[in-house]
Design a protein around this ligand. Structure first.
Ligand SMILES: Nc1ncnc2c1ncn2[C@@H]1O[C@H](COP(=O)(O)OP(=O)(O)O)[C@@H](O)[C@H]1O
Ligand SMILES: [Mg+2]
Length: 250
């Protein structure tokens, strides 16, 4: 369902992602973890086509990203739901409008839109806020709207970038249960988080540990673990040449 091979990404001369290789099957749940700045968001942005693949290969829901044309992006977005770290919801629109947006873009019949928005809002405890403008909600409620908007499309793949970052423990555990339910329906989930507590709540999940942009640990054989850089390389912070030069993979 998700295949990543030798994927690297550079911002200028800074390598945010270094030679990542792993595979996930349909219905897998992956915790993407590692310290701040490790490259988690960069990897997720690559997987939903917000950043171009510069080096290596990746495919998501049978769509190869390294050869993806701009016009194929809407097809990718239909298969991949995303919950951003900073929500990206529309503050002057109501909860109802925000959740319905992706369905309307897709041209669903109005009765279907109403039905699906209500079901997802109920699951996330937002049913009493449907007509509230999102700007008036608390941070935690806004985050739930962002999650509802990703769930409502029923995507094959769900990517979540620290979606419980602003929530209290009780709410983040509840959200975790929803993501697990989503996995039980057959979706493949990648869930970026720092929280060891959350990871303990889902002991069957796969875990990929990123550090300095590289996969430093994983708990299943479908991921390739790279050894930590030698001390001198770590000191200088750059272990790869720029992408337009030949060779030089880690
Ligand atoms: N657009 C960008 N331009 C330059 N550097 C960036 C950009 N986005 C991320 N970075 C850098 O790449 C590294 C990895 O960032 P990120 O993927 O956001 O890490 P994480 O999500 O694990 O905290 C960080 O050092 C960050 O500063
Ligand atoms: Mg991040």
């Amino acid at each position: 369902m998700i295949h990543v091979r030798h994927l690297s990404h550079t911002f200028g001369s800074y390598w945010a992602l270094k030679d990542c290789t792993f595979s996930l099957e349909k219905g897998d749940f992956l915790f993407l973890s590692g310290p701040s700045g490790a490259g988690k968001s960069t990897l997720l942005r690559l997987l939903y086509g917000a950043l171009p693949v510069q080096r290596g290969e990746a495919s998501v829901a049978d769509m190869p990203l390294h050869t993806l044309k701009h016009r194929q992006l809407p097809a990718l977005r239909r298969k991949v739901g995303v919950v951003f770290q900073d929500f990206k919801i529309l503050p002057i629109r109501t909860v109802n409008e925000n959740i319905a947006l992706p369905l309307e873009v897709r041209g669903l019949a109005p009765q279907q839109v109403v039905r699906r928005v209500r079901a997802v809002a109920r699951a996330l405890g937002l049913e009493n806020h449907l007509e509230t403008p999102c700007g008036a909600l608390s941070g935690g409620e806004q985050q739930r709207v962002a999650i509802a908007r990703a769930f409502v499309m029923n995507p094959q793949v769900l990517l979540a970038d620290e979606p419980t970052g602003n929530l209290d423990t009780h709410l983040s555990f509840r959200l975790m249960e929803l993501f697990k339910q989503f996995q039980a329906y057959g979706a493949t989930v990648i869930f970026a988080t720092h929280s060891k507590e959350l990871m303990k709540r889902h002991p069957q999940a796969k875990i990929l540990w990123l550090e300095d942009g590289a996969v430093r640990d994983a708990n299943w054989p479908g991921a390739r673990i790279l050894k930590a850089p030698r001390h001198r390389e770590r000191e200088h912070g750059i272990t790869l040449p720029p992408p337009d030069t030949e060779g030089g993979r880690l």
